[in-house]
Ligand binder design. Structure first.
Ligand code: TEU
Ligand code: CA
Length: 563
């Protein structure tokens, strides 16, 4: 496997709207991010992905772009963006923007023109089909946010257009070479500004299985999940390779694909040495227990499931490339509220448990990708009723739960467990009003736990979650261990032992053993040899004797083993 400039870094996702508000309007902005660059450096971050800051009506929080060449005034100006790239670069941090090109906004000039003249040039930029009231739609796919993927074309009651996401996110027609050229031109324009690269949104969706046809319905609404179509769509890699060739490869850019549903044999084509992306997110854990019925039917994830999914991802990528390891992002619940059993965060060992989960994920082979607030152990929030929820997908899921016969209170349980708002509450900087995120009214309420969980309180506490993450990033950056931490082979240790997640990282210079006692009780773990050094420990003690570790509840350690 070829070595790349970004392999040894630690990456960090910023959700700009909720990170830091510099001008008091309640919305995080680019000047806020610039103010926090020193913070990111302190944390040991080398790559930052910004969720979209392009001009947008924010129907899906910026994933609906109305001008790819402009910054939304709510986030700042192009000057701010350029300053951010420059200032980050001075601190050794590369800036990665979100590339949202499966769809644009219905307020984008292209779509506006398509509505004016659906038979003209811009009509070909989208998927527009003839349709009269009462006739069946071109196909029965369900949009990811609920309801059919077809909506009436504004101004034309005899036509509909396709949107796999929200109706304000019309899908771009990648089959049209002119659309592809426009997209590549835009990508290069940004790379010329000095961007390190892109996180590539929902990209697997750009290839549709054509011609449109129905799939067997999977719910009472008569619709079939758009995922079904992805299984039948052939040839996405042709588009992706063309894009890489026309853009990223010329710049040596870093690219991370948001790819679900890839076929296993295609992995090298995505992230191998000649792959179309640098890397992709590992969603092996994210998709555990997903249920076609929706959020309300999803079961909690057990430690055993989590461990097996991580090990499976390690196995399949070992000789191929790097995945990005995450426990959460802006679309998912907080990792500590999801992968730890209910009540663990609030329990007496909550801090240890959070560190264990973070450590186990961070030490896997691949690129660790933290999400803002993860480093201080931020947790899910809670909403009393659906009116308090911002997330468009949560509204769709709520409706689906009611349609399945659940009561509003039961439907809200699912929403509270999975709403994307969980990860989108403002960053908790300190214990002052609104957690120090804004001097105004935050666009989304701050999690009420901010007085207990905030950065200021953790900075000076050597035992805080934050200082634990700093130790992890420092170990990854330590020249004496970097080779092993970054490239060392992963080998599961005692994988059959319940509620123990342990693995070796074997490098040329040393062997590390990573151990996590994934439960609220102690556990005796036989050690496979003599311990040379305890490099990281989430607790004060390391009770090992006679080759056995008496691990305390949620104990986590990284050990350097005697050769
Ligand atoms: O998310 C895409 C997504 O969450 C999935 O629906 C995915 O496409 C599907 O599971 C494929 O099987 C991205 C962004 O992260 C999210 O915030 C946006 O809302 C969405 O795309 C639309 O741009
Ligand atoms: Ca602001």
């Amino acid at each position: 496997m070829e070595r790349k400039w970004w392999h040894g870094k630690t990456a960090y996702q910023i959700y700009p709207k909720s990170f830091c508000d510099a001008n008091g309007d309640g919305i995080g902005d680019l000047r806020g991010v610039i103010q926090k660059l020193d913070y990111l450096r302190e944390l040991g971050i080398g790559l930052v992905w910004l969720s979209p800051v392009y001009r947008s009506p924010l129907a899906d929080q910026g994933y609906d772009i109305s001008d790819y060449y402009g910054i939304d005034p709510r986030f700042g100006t192009m000057g701010d963006m350029e300053e951010l790239i420059r200032e980050a670069g001075r601190r050794g941090i590369g800036v990665v923007m979100d590339l949202v090109v499966n769809h644009c906004s219905d307020e984008h000039e292209w779509f506006q023109k398509a509505c004016q003249d659906p038979d003209g040039k811009y009509g070909q930029y989208f998927y527009i089909r003839k349709h009269r009231d009462g006739e069946p739609l071109p196909c029965n796919w369900r949009s990811y946010f609920g309801g059919p993927v077809w909506s009436p074309l504004p101004g034309h009651n005899d036509r509909v257009y396709l949107h796999l996401f929200h109706r304000k996110q019309p899908d771009l027609n990648w089959e049209n070479p002119e659309v592809r050229r426009e997209i590549y031109k835009m990508i290069n324009w940004w790379l010329d500004k000095g961007l390190a690269g892109f996180r590539i949104d929902a990209i697997i969706n750009i290839k549709k299985a054509l011609p449109f046809r129905d799939y067997p319905a999977d719910r009472d609404d008569g619709l079939a999940s758009a995922d079904k179509m992805l299984f039948h769509a052939k040839g996405v890699l042709d588009f992706l390779n063309e894009m890489a060739e026309e853009t990223f490869r010329k710049y040596g850019a870093f690219t991370v694909g948001e790819v679900f549903n890839e076929k296993p044999e295609e992995l090298p084509l995505f992230i191998g040495d000649k792959g179309c992306f640098s890397t992709m997110f590992d969603f092996g854990e994210t998709v555990l227990n997903q249920n076609p019925e929706g959020w309300h039917a999803q079961k909690p994830i057990t430690a055993e499931q989590y461990k097996k999914a991580c090990f499976e991802s390690q196995r399949k990528t070992q000789d191929t490339g790097f995945l990005c390891n995450i426990i959460e992002n802006h679309d998912e619940p907080r990792g500590v509220s999801r992968y730890l059993p209910e009540g663990a965060c609030a329990g007496p060992h909550g801090v240890a448990a959070k560190k264990m989960l973070g450590g186990l994920n961070f030490m896997l082979r691949g690129l660790p990708f933290l999400y803002q607030g993860q480093e201080i152990g931020m947790e899910n929030t809670h909403c009393g009723s659906i009116e308090e929820v911002d997330d468009v997908s949560a509204h769709g899921e709520y409706k689906a739960a009611l349609a399945a016969g659940l009561s509003p209170a039961e439907a809200m349980e699912g929403v509270n467990r999975f709403s994307r708002d969980n990860a989108r509450t403002p960053f908790q900087w300190d214990a002052s009003d609104n957690a120090g995120f804004t001097t105004g009214t935050p666009w989304l309420p701050v999690n009420p736990n901010y007085k207990q969980i905030n950065l200021a309180a953790q900075r000076n506490d050597p035992d805080s979650v934050w200082n634990f993450y700093r130790a992890l990033t420092a170990l990854r950056g330590n020249p004496a261990y970097q080779e092993t931490v970054v490239y060392g082979e992963t080998e599961p240790y005692l994988p059959e032992r319940e509620n123990l997640m342990a693995y070796f990282r074997r490098g040329a210079a040393q062997t590390l053993l990573v151990i996590g006692n994934f439960q609220d009780a102690g556990q005796e773990v036989p050690l496979p040899g003599a311990v040379k050094r305890v490099l990281i420990n989430n607790l004060k003690e390391f009770p090992a004797q006679g080759g056995v570790l008496k691990a305390a509840p949620w104990q986590f350690a990284v050990l350097e083993m005697e050769a």
